[in-house]
Design a protein around this ligand. Structure first.
Ligand code: GLY
Length: 263
């Protein structure tokens, strides 16, 4: 059983009406809620089609970005860690997720340092290590605190750097199988994936790098045919999911769920 790609559960949260106020680096227009809901439903159906249990949480209007549940917690086989998001408007989202995880896990701990900031989107869990990208949302204090919390569970944290101007580390990469990473060239060129097999997304298709491997499927954002061809050729079973509305507020496949097998 590979805990980095096989999961019995996922948690999602329905997008709220306030999604139109979601954070974004560049304003390309507001997301269309109805279309986002349709994409979200297709995403959840794909997760469920693998046999997993998907817990759908209700919308949180007070938190426009709360559909992006991944940023609120890190879920490992031994326990869950509640994050401390670096975006001030998102800080309260983590407290909203904590009670849910306590019903599923025996061990739930939290990042609590006043100077510590860390978001799940910056964390890539592989079989042998946890890579955490320092970014505008995740700082060294947050990474060091995470390393202390997960060490007793046998996990090693490696600090890496998110490319400048990129929201999260996993905006630019994802794990395809325990030894293979999908990455943008701007990230893989840093050498941070030495020891892994790397499939680079096609130039111009950087937004395809944020996929998820969930059980037998790779969920990828729709509309990146050349990267899709690379994944097909490498033997992955790919499901394309519409992401046009999440993309307007810098969200992708990984942001939309927490994926785990509770202990
Ligand atoms: N809109 C997603 C984020 O900025 O966290």
């Amino acid at each position: 059983m590979s805990f980095s790609i096989q999961f019995s559960h996922a948690i999602t949260r329905r997008p709220a009406d306030s999604i139109t106020r979601g954070l974004r680096a560049v304003d390309t227009g507001n997301p269309d809620l109805a279309l986002m809901q349709a994409h979200h439903a297709a995403y959840i159906a794909a997760l469920r089609s693998t046999g997993a249990t998907v817990i759908e949480l209700p919308p949180l209007d007070a938190y426009p970005d709360s559909v992006f549940v991944e940023d609120t917690a890190l879920c490992l086989p031994q326990g869950a860690v509640i994050m401390r998001p670096g975006a001030p408007s998102r800080l309260g989202e983590a407290a909203e997720m904590a009670p849910q995880l306590r019903t599923l896990y025996r061990d739930v701990v939290a990042i609590t340092g006043a100077a510590s900031f860390i978001e799940g989107g910056d964390i890539l869990v592989t079989e042998g290590e946890i890579l955490v990208g320092r970014s505008a949302r995740t700082n060294a204090a947050g990474i060091a605190e995470l390393a202390r919390l997960v060490a007793p569970w046998g996990h090693e944290v490696r600090e890496v750097i998110t490319p400048p101007g990129v929201l999260h580390f996993k905006t630019d990469c994802s794990l395809l199988d325990p030894g293979t990473v999908l990455s943008t060239t701007r990230l893989s060129a840093s050498g941070c994936f030495s020891g892994y097999k790397v499939i680079d997304v096609t130039e111009g298709e950087e937004a395809a790098a944020n996929t998820i491997r969930f059980n037998d499927l790779v969920l990828m954002p729709a509309g990146f045919p050349r990267t899709r061809d690379r994944l097909d050729a490498a033997g992955f079973t790919v499901r394309e999911i519409g992401n046009s509305e999440c993309a307007k507020i810098d969200g992708g496949m990984s942001c939309l769920s927490l994926r785990f097998t509770p202990s």
